[in-house]
Structures are given as C-alpha cells and as structure tokens.
Design a protein around this ligand. Structure first.
Ligand SMILES: [Zn+2]
Ligand SMILES: [Zn+2]
Length: 567
C-alpha cells in the first residue's frame, strides 16, 4: 500500500514536471505539437511573396502553381519519412538530440547567407592568412553544444539550460516550398542563388524553386565544422527525386561550395590531411548526388611563408590525388578578392594551378564578379570589361570557365575587400552586369547569386524579429534573378535601363560612401604609419651618420696627433 502511494506521488510529480512550460526551453516543455506550431507561425520571418514576380511570368514547367500542390504533397511525405528515421525513433532523448543537431545546421547555413556570409568569408580568409588553427577548446565546446540536448555544463558542473531553437513546422516548410517567382524556362542564362540546405541537401532544390532559380549553389555539409555526419541515403534519394521532379539537371545546374576551413595549400602534415579528407569527402558526396561541378577556395601560401609556387604545387598535388580517388566531378577554383598570401587573387595563380593539374578535363574556374573587381579586374564599362575578358582568355582560357558567382561589390575597385552587394547597388553597378549577361560566353553556365538578403524597411534599417534575429527576404533573390534575365538584350541607352541603373545606384549610395570613408581612413592610417616609420628611420640614420662622423673625426685627430712631430 505504501509502495502504491509512493508510486502515485511519483506520477503526480512527473505529470507536473512535463506540463509546466519552461521559460528557457519552450519546445521541450510544450506537450502538444499544435502549441509549437502556433508559436512558430507567429514567429515566422517569411516575407510576403512579391506579387509582381508571380504575375510577371507564365507558369513554368514543373514549378507552376498547379504542380506545387503535388510536389508539396510529395515533400510532406518525404518529411514524414525523415521524421521517422529509425535512429531518431529509438529513444526520446535521441530524437531530441537529432532535432537539435538539425536546428544547429539550419542556423549555421542561414548565418552564411547574405551579409553574415561576408563576415564569415572575411573571417575565414583571415584565419587562413594567419594560418591560425581553430582553437581546440572552442571547437570542442562547439561540438559539445551541438551534440548534446541543449544543456551546457558550467565550470562547477552545474547544468544550465540553453534556449532551444524551434523546429520549423510542416506548414512553414510548405510556405517556403511555394514559389514566390516562377522560373523562366528556356532562358539563355541559368541564374539562381546559393540556397540553404538546412535539414538535408534535398531541401536546396525546393529552396531554389522557391526563388525561381534555374541553377543553385549549396553547402554539402556544415562549412564551419570539420566533423560532419555522412550523407544520409534518404537525403541522397530525395535530392535525386527533387531534381527530377523540378527539372534540374544536377550535373549542370548545381554547383556546391566547399568548406571555408579547407586550405589544400597547407603543407603541414596534419593540416593537409584534415583539409584533404574534408575535400575528398565533398567530392564523393557530389558523385553520389550526380553533381559534376564543385567550387572551392584555393587557400593560402602561409605555411610556405609566402612562397606561392610551393603552395600551388602542394595544392595541385592534393587536387590530383582527389581526382584519382573519384571519377567524374570537376573541381572549380574560385578567384579571390584578398591580396597577400591568398591564392587565386590573380588570374596567374589560377593559370599556374591548372597547369599543374594532371587531368585538365576535371579542373576549371568559378568566376566571382565581386572578388574579381576587388582584386583589380574591372568590369564596369564595355571597354574595361572587354580588356578584363581578354586578359582572362589569354591567362586562363574561357574553356576553363564553368560557373559564375554574380555579386556586386560594396568595396571599391582594387580594394581587396570581399564585401558582396546586391546587383546594381555596389561599385560595379548595373552596367557591369549588363556586360556579363549579354556575353554569349556566359550562356549555359550556372550563375549563382551570393548577395545579401537581409529584410530592410523603407529607410534601409534591417528588420528583426522579436528575438532580435535578422529577418531574411528571399524575394530579393527572386527579384535579382528576374532583373538579370531582363538585362539580356536591353538597350543601355533606353530610359528603362537608365531608370533602373539610377534607382539601384541610389539604393546602395550610403553603403558605398560608408565603405569609401572606412577604406580611406584605413589607408590614411597606414600612410601615417609608414611616414612615421620613415621619419624615425631617417632620424636614426642621421644620428648614426653623425656618430660615425664624430668617430672618424676623432680617429683623424688621433692619427694627426700620431703623425705630428712630437719632437
Ligand atoms: Zn566562395
Ligand atoms: Zn563567391
């Protein structure tokens, strides 16, 4: 009887425990799915679909409003299947663990978009340049945080609960899968964006349909972690199925981006092994997904102390080895913005890497317009554009151009700063993009936008949700795709073009001015530093000359004394 009473008490305690909503951990404490759904709906940061885009184009093959119902149904089915992965089902704790992992991935990929991506790229370049290995402690902490169930142990070993991120509801996912712009089927150019692959690579396909893109980039795994789970068979199958049902040829229209951590030019044994394994793993993922093009940053010549040729030789040997261990994927070198030891900031670097690659059919270039401009390759006027393309043809060769990253630049020409701007709002301006899209050499290549998509109000102030997280507006990509497509054949002397050009330039004016001032300040500081150092050196040289002169005089005086007749 006493035992029965005890058990009854325990049950009451347990029921109480699970029914009290925890302030820190809403999702865990919410007992009913419906309640979670409601909160997410209220939090939704989806911007309303831009009507102009939906009306503008006729329904496209495979992505029309009619077919979305069918694809939506299929997607829901896939999600249902994924929700019931055996490893997820095994225990409640394990399910929570996987859920957190997926949300971590979602967050990571989302952060890389737009403005934040710029931040990441710059940061990584700095890390590569200084050759700083990610701190073990930090890495460990990050992994622990992502793998446990959201609890972090403090130094005194007490458990503090971390606020848990909410998982997207099916309704929210469905809304994201609805196209906000129809694809322009049969266009000469294949334009899209670097879309999210949160929750699995198969989601990237639907994310591209959403913005009306005909090509896309994605990360095959977390681009900021070395350790990643293998590509799940279900995700691989869904990726193939999604590409098929939405008429994407993954061999031509998809161009994954490599990890920011990988520096194949690093000559240190351990570092090169780690980089090589991550690189090879990506190539193998591409082959399973039927993807033929893969883009990566060439790395940096830090471990060779600035010896570019030694770094390039090491990089090429890694690329050759990876080619021998795979069979179809073509590795594309991306041109870079930063100077110094960063490889790929000159076309000569790309030429030299290609020259040392054994299988020329499996190497190519992905041209980033922002990086090229910031590295000193002008594209603005038709004359400057032609001159740059001539240099490209003579140095690298158009036969190696296999993909494009289409970005304007917030930083001025030759500034070596990697800051992506929205099309027409940066220092490149709309004319540069008119030059590119009207060049037949770019037809048929995957063209990917890596432009910022922070949602802003009419005064240009970034919009945030109630938690202070920046809102995204994928309509920006949808509109940029349509803008670039409309530039083909547009008369630059027309009112249409000049109005567009002026409008976009005005939009980016304050940001361009801000960057110009920032860069000028930095340049002035550097000039001052150089001047001060020169003055100091001159003073030093003067005083040492003076000292030497005195010594000489003394010496001369002595010898004169010696030579003088004492007698
Ligand atoms: Zn890149
Ligand atoms: Zn890029």
């Amino acid at each position: 009887m006493a035992r029965a009473r005890y058990l009854h008490k325990r049950v009451i305690v347990l029921v109480f425990k699970f029914s009290v909503p925890c302030q820190d951990c809403k999702v865990l404490a919410m007992p009913k799915k419906k309640a979670v759904r409601k909160v997410v709906e209220e939090d939704s940061d989806l911007s309303p679909p831009p009507d102009d885009l939906l009306k503008e184009e006729p329904a496209a093959n495979g992505v029309s409003a009619k077919t979305t119902k069918k694809s939506r149904k299929r997607k829901v089915q896939v999600e249902d299947d994924l929700d019931e992965e055996p490893k997820v089902k095994s225990t409640r704790a394990k399910k929570q663990k996987v859920q957190v992992k997926e949300e971590e991935t979602a967050e990571t990929v989302a952060k890389v978009k737009g403005g934040r991506k710029r931040k990441v790229e710059v940061k990584t370049e700095e890390a590569v340049e200084t050759g700083v290995k990610p701190k073990k402690g930090k890495k460990h902490k990050a992994e622990v945080e992502s793998e446990d169930t959201g609890e972090v142990r403090g130094e005194d070993n007490t458990v503090e609960k971390k606020p848990r991120r909410k998982r997207k509801t099916k309704e929210e996912k469905e809304a994201e899968a609805m196209p906000i712009a129809a694809r322009t089927i049969g266009h000469k150019l294949l334009i899209g964006a670097h879309v999210s692959s949160a929750g699995g690579v198969h989601n990237s396909v639907v994310n591209c349909v959403h913005i009306g893109g005909n090509a896309f980039a994605l990360f095959l795994k977390s681009q900021r972690k070395w350790a990643n789970p293998p590509l799940a068979d279900e995700h691989c199958t869904s990726f193939h199925a999604n590409c098929k049902s939405h008429s994407y040829d993954q061999a031509q229209h998809v161009i994954p981006h490599g990890s920011y951590l990988v520096n194949l030019a690093h000559t240190d044994g351990e570092r090169t092994k780690q980089a090589y394994e991550a690189f090879l793993d990506d190539l193998k993922r591409c082959e399973r997904l039927g993807i033929k093009l893969y883009n990566f940053h060439p790395g940096a010549a830090n471990s060779t102390k600035g010896d570019r040729q030694a770094a390039i030789a090491h990089l090429a040997s890694n690329v050759n080895r990876a080619h021998s261990e795979t069979s179809t994927v073509v590795t594309l070198l991306e041109n870079m913005a930063a100077g110094g030891n960063i490889l790929g900031s000159t076309l000569e670097d790309l030429r030299d890497i290609i020259a040392l690659t054994d299988n020329k059919d499996r190497v190519g270039v992905c041209l980033d317009t922002c990086h090229a401009f910031a590295a000193g390759y002008d594209l603005r006027t038709p004359e400057a554009y032609e001159a740059t393309m001539k240099t490209f043809e003579e140095t690298v060769g158009f036969k190696y151009l296999r993909a494009v990253h289409m970005n304007d630049s917030k930083a001025p020409y030759d500034s070596h700063r990697d800051l992506h701007a929205n099309i027409g709002t940066g220092f490149l301006g709309l004319r540069a993009f008119h030059n590119i899209v009207n060049d037949s050499r770019f037809q048929g290549l995957p063209i990917v936008l890596e432009t910022p998509i922070e949602a802003k109000d009419e005064n240009g102030v970034p919009l945030k949700d109630e938690k202070g997280k920046e809102k995204e507006d994928k309509g920006i990509w949808a509109r940029e795709i349509k803008l670039l497509e409309s530039l083909v054949g547009m008369d630059v002397e027309s009112d249409e073009f000049s109005i567009l050009e002026k409008e976009l330039a005005k939009k980016g004016e304050s940001e361009r001015n801000r960057l110009t001032e920032q860069i000028d300040r930095k340049r002035n500081r550097l000039t001052e530093q150089i001047d001060r150092k020169r003055e100091k050196d001159e003073k030093k040289a003067k005083s040492s000359r003076k000292k030497k002169g005195q010594q000489k005089e003394e010496l001369n005086g002595d010898s004169a004394d010696e030579g003088s007749p004492l007698r």
